[in-house]
Each structure stands twice: as structure tokens, then as C-alpha cells.
Design a protein around this ligand. Structure first.
Ligand SMILES: Nc1ncnc2c1ncn2[C@@H]1O[C@H](COP(=O)(O)OP(=O)(O)O)[C@@H](O)[C@H]1O
Ligand SMILES: [Mg+2]
Length: 303
């Protein structure tokens, strides 16, 4: 019998190339072969097959897709199509929920996980927005549902600010507004990585002075942080509810309600960069092992 073969598309910057190499070596030790660099951007689908760099994607035993930020609509379209034929990590269903902040919050809330209070309404529902601003004590955050890196988030602290924002947003083609109650927190967050239901790591990010966003792209900085059992349990539950095999769960601690709140769930959480490893973030090997195990398990459960 020929050896199983998986396809891989992994980010190469920030040490990703080294992670990929380690993963391929460990898979080979388990008699699993890997075809890397399968960027669906270069794939063509024709008469029953999706072909990417000469590889027939449907003939792979599994596809490991791990490249954030570079997904075009074309890639996502083929990701979805392929998901009907071979297992993909993460599954397309889970991936698409995690890419959308409203869908994630809605799913989590319905399963009893604390998220920020949120509201989605039609773009013309100015009345609804003004009401929610009052109901939530005059502080809301407008968020694009598919944003990342803190981009496009606007804190609205009074009706005048809302009146300023609305004409601007109305010039865009968005159909709805997604808003959250602004949470009073200490401007630090928790990033908890989960693979296959297991806790991998926790670190924190701290917002820069005079900023409420912890994103690195907003000037936030990473620090080592212990996770207590409660926050780990919440992260595990959130990953399971979203059906993510691999998840990076972002939480903050609401100082008023005195509870952890899940802000978002990332389906392609980055490994520690070489610089972060020097700081002491040493979870990469554990994460690689868990992912290799997961791939092995999925391939051999195939029956
Ligand atoms: N409801 C909120 N209340 C207070 N701060 C928030 C809220 N939502 C987001 N933030 C801050 O903004 C940052 C970015 O928000 P997030 O929803 O994670 O979007 P992104 O995908 O752009 O990272 C968070 O890391 C957090 O620091
Ligand atoms: Mg975030």
C-alpha cells in the first residue's frame, strides 16, 4: 500500500518555514508524506479535479491549510469545494465561522460562553444603534465582522460620534452594522492556543499607553502570562463549540461583570516567532507535536 500523503499550505514568514520543515520531518517519521506549498490561488478546477502545482487535491488524504491574511475569495471558494472530498484542518465550516466575528459571538453566546454583548442590525437602523448606545452606557465598539489586526474598529462614546460615523459607513457597501458593548478591562488580553481539545499555551498582549486595542499592529506588546483553570476551560469550550481543531482564543477580563469574555477565536493562530521564542514563548514544539498527532489520527480514522 502506498503511504498516505497530505497537502500543506503554511505561512513562510516569521519562522513559519522552519515550523513547516519540522512538521514534515515528524510526519515522515510516521510514514506520512507531505506536499507543501499548495496555494489554492494557483489551482485550477476542471472536469472533476482541483489541480494545484500538478497535485490532484482530491487524491490527498488531508489538506493542512495554515496561512492567514493571504486568503483570496478564490482560495476560499476552492477550500469550500475541496472540503466535500477530503478532510481539511481546520474544516471549512469551522474556518468560515471563525473568520466572522458576529457568527462566532452568536454561536458562542448560544452555547453559554461569555462574549461581549453584541448587536447586529441593518445599516439603516440608526434608531436601533442609538438605543443600544444608551442601553450599553454610552460606549460601544463598531467592528467590521471580517476585520483583523484591530483595523476598522471604532469606539463610539456619544451620539455625536455615531452621527459622524454613519454617513461615512453609508458610503461603503456594508449591509449591516456589528457593534459590541465596550468592555472595561485592564488593556491586556489572553491568547490561548488549543489543538485537538488540548491546552497548548497562553500568552498576553498589552495595549500601548493611551490605546484600548491590544493588537500587535496597534502597537501592543506580548508578555508571558499564566493561565488559570477557568480561562483554559473557557478556551477549550470555545474551540470545541466552533469545531476548530486548531484555535487561538482571545479573551479579556471584564472588570465590571468580573468575568472572562471571549473576544474572538482565531482559526490560524501563529506559532511563536524566533524573537518571541527568545522571550520565553516556548510552546512551538508542543503545538507541532499535537498537530502531527491530529493529522495522523484524522488520516487513520478515515477507514
Ligand atoms: N468589546 C470590546 N471592548 C473593549 N475592547 C475591545 C472590544 N472588542 C475589541 N476590543 C479590543 O480591540 C482589539 C481588537 O478587537 P478584535 O475583536 O480582536 O478584532 P481584530 O480581529 O481586529 O483583532 C482587542 O484585542 C481588544 O484589545
Ligand atoms: Mg483580535
Amino acid at each position: 500500500m502506498s503511504k498516505p500523503r497530505i497537502g500543506m499550505w503554511m505561512y513562510q514568514n516569521s519562522g513559519g518555514d522552519q515550523i513547516q520543515k519540522k512538521m514534515i520531518d515528524l510526519l515522515r517519521e510516521r510514514d506520512i508524506l507531505t506536499t507543501p506549498e499548495l496555494n489554492l490561488r494557483h489551482a485550477v478546477a476542471k472536469n472533476g479535479t482541483i489541480v494545484c502545482n500538478d497535485t490532484v487535491m482530491e487524491e490527498l488524504d488531508l489538506f493542512f491549510s495554515y496561512n492567514a491574511g493571504e486568503q483570496t475569495q478564490y482560495q476560499v471558494y476552492l477550500y469550500e469545494t475541496l472540503s466535500h472530498f477530503i478532510p481539511i484542518i481546520n474544516s471549512f465550516e469551522a474556518f468560515s465561522i471563525s473568520e466572522d466575528k458576529f457568527k462566532t459571538a452568536h454561536l458562542l453566546k448560544r452555547h453559554g460562553i461569555n462574549t461581549a454583548d453584541y448587536m447586529l442590525c441593518h445599516r439603516d437602523d440608526v434608531h436601533g444603534l442609538k438605543n443600544i448606545l444608551r442601553e450599553w452606557g454610552g460606549k460601544i465598539v463598531y467592528k467590521p465582522t471580517d476585520g483583523w489586526g484591530g483595523m476598522g474598529l471604532v469606539k463610539i462614546e456619544n451620539e455625536a460620534a455615531l452621527d459622524m460615523l454613519l454617513p461615512f459607513l453609508n458610503q461603503t457597501d456594508i449591509r449591516y452594522f456589528y457593534t459590541e458593548r465596550f468592555i472595561n478591562y485592564d488593556n491586556t488580553d489572553f491568547r490561548i492556543d488549543i489543538v485537538d481539545g488540548e491546552f497548548v499555551s497562553c500568552y498576553g498582549r498589552k495595549a500601548p499607553k493611551d490605546n484600548w486595542k491590544t493588537n500587535i499592529t496597534s502597537g501592543g506588546s506580548i508578555f508571558l502570562r499564566e493561565a488559570d483553570d477557568e480561562v483554559i476551560e473557557i478556551a477549550k469550550k470555545a474551540a470545541a463549540i466552533c469545531k476548530l481543531d486548531i484555535a487561538g482564543v482571545d479573551l479579556i477580563y471584564d472588570q465590571e461583570k468580573e468575568e472572562y469574555v471571549v473576544l474572538e477565536v482565531n482559526g490560524i493562530p501563529a506559532f511563536a516567532t524566533p524573537e518571541q521564542e527568545k522571550m520565553g514563548l516556548n510552546f512551538n514544539d508542543k503545538k507541532i507535536d499535537l498537530i502531527v498527532n491530529l493529522i495522523d489520527k484524522k488520516i487513520n480514522n478515515k477507514g
